[in-house]
Design a protein around this ligand. Sequence first.
Ligand code: HEC
Ligand code: HEC
Ligand code: HEC
Ligand code: HEC
Length: 423
Amino acid sequence: MDKTLGVVTCASSLCHGSIAPWNGSLVSQNEYVVWSRLDKHARAYKLLLNEQSKRIAAKLGLAAPAHESKVCLDCHAHNPLQSKTEHHISDGVACEACHGGAERWIGTHTEAGNSHAKNLANGMYPSDQPLARAQLCLSCHFGDTEKYVTHRMMAAGHPRLSFELNTFTSLQPAHFKVDTDYVQRKGTVDGVKIWSVGQAVAVATQLSILMDPKRGRDGAFPELTLFDCHACHHPMADTRWTPRTTLGSNQGPGLVRLNDSSILMLYLILRQTEPASAENFKLAVSQLNQAIAGRGDMAASAATLKIQAQAAAQKLSQSGMTDAQLAGVALLLVDDGLNGSYSDYAGAEQATMALGSVVSLLNQQGKLKSAAEMNRGLASLRASLVNDEKFKPSEFQLRLRAIRPQLVSGITKQNAPKEQGRP
Ligand code: HEC
Ligand code: HEC
Ligand code: HEC
Ligand code: HEC
């Protein structure tokens, strides 16, 4: 494991701490300034000192305050096993949390004739590669078998986590610019690939945690955050159960549903990119749902689904989508919703972030009739997601229906995918 040197090592004004981007340089060199002023990762540690964190720590009965507790520091700071004295945990999620301990690459990464491949060989993390980036970000934004926001933490006041790799890469905000030299050094960047790999890795991660005997269970129950929050958290008078259309309704009413928002997305992606795998995937999801309902072996069906998700992540990270597949994905995102797939908040939320990523790529390719009109449509979808407890599936559907003609007229110009059954 390479040692972490600390953010001061990166922050000099001649290195990454320039106030304005440099013109003649390959990278902007103002990354530190962007990070420290605009990026929430820079204040992730400081959050642990606020009232909300104090309340969480007290309700959980932690032995130490939040900012001294490993369960919080593992995500809210860079908490490496080995570091130099210049590294301060109070810097939050700093450069080397994502780019890897700089012990071996710090000296060489600025030498003339150096290459990205050499940096990686010296221990720099491949954050440019979709698969590696998905694993990196999801380790904190979803959790893994080492660090996790448990249902107990959420009940003590920790916010629910929500994540989509491509959307969050631009929200961070990005401190890198995909220009000609970036593409020369690191290859092209495809937002829809980043989205789809992110979904596949999220499914595999969810299943790893479900299968982990320590992490996946809490006393008599499974870890509840793996399930759909709104399966439990709604008033009893509100008998809203309806059969799920896209991935089958085999579970029946009264059972806790898995949070299947990323599963829904991956199923949609597979239907466009690998129809044969999609059928296997659907079968495996159905078997897992049956097992959760007490009809089958949960460990075995989770393992099968996890292998499929990992294989999909590999494949999707190697090949991009054709124009026709992309157009198909865009339409399916809407049509699945019109067919009742996003009756849960978490599904509607993932579909909206996905549409954002897909629409932005279609727009870059000049395939939207009116980007402004499409953005208004997306804004109206986001508006119906502001409060998860007041989410109305029927209203979300109406808003989806309103953007469909826009999408269809945009993408049929160049490559009409098969019209999907429109309700
Ligand atoms: C698995 C990683 C992980 C762990 C463990 C974790 N957090 Fe978080 N926490 C996050 C992420 C990611 C967010 C940001 C959520 C978002 O905005 O999408 C967050 C958000 C928060 C927020 C709200 C921030 C805001 O802007 O409103 C507080 C407060 C917080 N965490 C405190 C804690 C405390 C206290 C602990 C330890 C008991 C803890 N967290 C453990 C990942 C984690
Ligand atoms: C939360 C994760 C994260 C943190 C923290 C972070 N970065 Fe990055 N950084 C990325 C990602 C993702 C990219 C884009 C993919 C890539 O090129 O590796 C990137 C790209 C870069 C690039 C490459 C730009 C190019 O044109 O090739 C530089 C330089 C950089 N970061 C410097 C920094 C510095 C300096 C810090 C700390 C002040 C920092 N980063 C903190 C995630 C992070
Ligand atoms: C070491 C853990 C860690 C890693 C790795 C990490 N994050 Fe975060 N991220 C956090 C925490 C903790 C917060 C909450 C900070 C806050 O709210 O102030 C956060 C906040 C964010 C936010 C702000 C969310 C909001 O609600 O405004 C974005 C966007 C984000 N992260 C994107 C990413 C991306 C993209 C990656 C991968 C390149 C990444 N993060 C990797 C821990 C991490
Ligand atoms: C299997 C059912 C189930 C699922 C799924 C579930 N919860 Fe809970 N939740 C509970 C129960 C039971 C309690 C404890 C209620 C009590 O103490 O009265 C609880 C308590 C809470 C509380 C504290 C409420 C209070 O009154 O103090 C919050 C917040 C919470 N859950 C959030 C979530 C979130 C966010 C999710 C999804 C990520 C989720 N829950 C998923 C059953 C569930």
